[in-house]
Design a protein around this ligand. Structure first.
Ligand SMILES: Nc1ncnc2c1ncn2[C@@H]1O[C@H](COP(=O)(O)OP(=O)(O)O)[C@@H](O)[C@H]1O
Ligand SMILES: [Mg+2]
Ligand SMILES: [Zn+2]
Length: 266
């Protein structure tokens, strides 16, 4: 579905349509940039709708992210702290985040919580996309019976101030997948836009690089696939993995599936 990017109010006398104005200086800081009044209020509600948070994650907020339940891994408290700091510092600091860790550890919850705060506190234009669904939507656009063109799908992905790309690497890699993910990440990198990704894959180079020679590499690759321990490098290519490091700060989350930890605790 086409995702319109909200147009700024060009008539606004306070900001002239940029959506930003200078605000009171915070203690110890020379200048603060805050959202203009024309972007607050109803604007947040509109932004939340255009952010396309899936219904199953609508409940996720930073304030209900638990990090001190019995058996909680210490990395969760650190991840939550960094998520809150990220919101606080945006948009002065625009480096994105990579939330990495096993299934059920709370990566998507944290990413959605951040997005929600950016919308409500900062009036930022945000967009959530599941990586698999985004690639599927682009692929569908090649079918002439489908209305949306590839550019209509990609434009908001390129232009949104903050993009959450959930489950990066979850699509079986092909040359087309690599080209598409490169196109998206490189465009956002060149335009200095903020990208938050989540991934279940380990932040390591392609498995072939980890082995000494080609024969070792091939056998390791087969073993890796069998063991489902492909790396992020395997899934999106080494170039894009290293690009992500330029775009994002890494947050590693460890621990079991939250839903199971809670069940065991009761
Ligand atoms: N630390 C947490 N506090 C509260 N809810 C959590 C926490 N971690 C996970 N959850 C909940 O558990 C479910 C799975 O979390 P999710 O964010 O989808 O995990 P992941 O994206 O890492 O696979 C979601 O419903 C989420 O809201
Ligand atoms: Mg997830
Ligand atoms: Zn304004």
């Amino acid at each position: 579905m086409n995702q319109p990017v909200l147009a700024a109010n060009a008539e606004c006398p306070l900001c002239g349509g940029s959506g930003w104005k200078s605000g009171p200086a915070a203690a110890g800081k020379s200048k603060a940039v805050v959202r203009c009044d024309c972007r607050l209020g109803n604007w947040s509600e509109r932004l939340l709708k255009t952010a396309r948070i899936p219904a199953r994650y609508e409940h996720c907020t930073l304030s209900d992210f638990e990090s001190d339940f019995p058996g909680a891994n210490r990395s969760l408290a650190s991840a939550l702290f960094q998520a809150n700091r990220f919101v606080e510092e945006y948009p002065v600091e625009t480096t994105g985040l990579m939330l990495l860790g096993p299934i059920g550890v709370g990566k998507t919850h944290l990413a959605v919580g951040i997005l929600r705060e950016l919308v409500t506190q900062k009036g930022a234009n945000c967009l959530f996309y599941d990586y698999r669904e985004l690639l599927k939507a682009i692929q569908n656009s090649y079918n002439s019976t489908v209305q949306a063109t590839e550019l209509e799908i990609l434009q908001p992905v390129f232009e949104t101030e903050v993009l959450v790309l959930d489950e990066l690497g979850a699509v079986k890699p092909t040359e087309w997948v690599w080209d598409t993910v490169s196109h998206i990440l490189n465009t956002r990198y060149n335009d200095k836009r903020t990208t938050i990704i989540t991934s279940n894959f380990d932040d390591l180079p392609p498995s072939s690089r980890l082995a000494g020679d080609e024969a070792m590499a091939a056998s390791r690759r087969i073993a890796a696939r069998a063991a489902r321990d492909e790396t992020l490098g395997d899934r999106i290519g080494e170039r894009m993995r290293s690009r992500l490091h330029e775009m994002c700060r890494k947050i590693e989350m460890e621990g079991g599936d939250f839903r199971q930890s809670i069940r065991q605790a009761h």
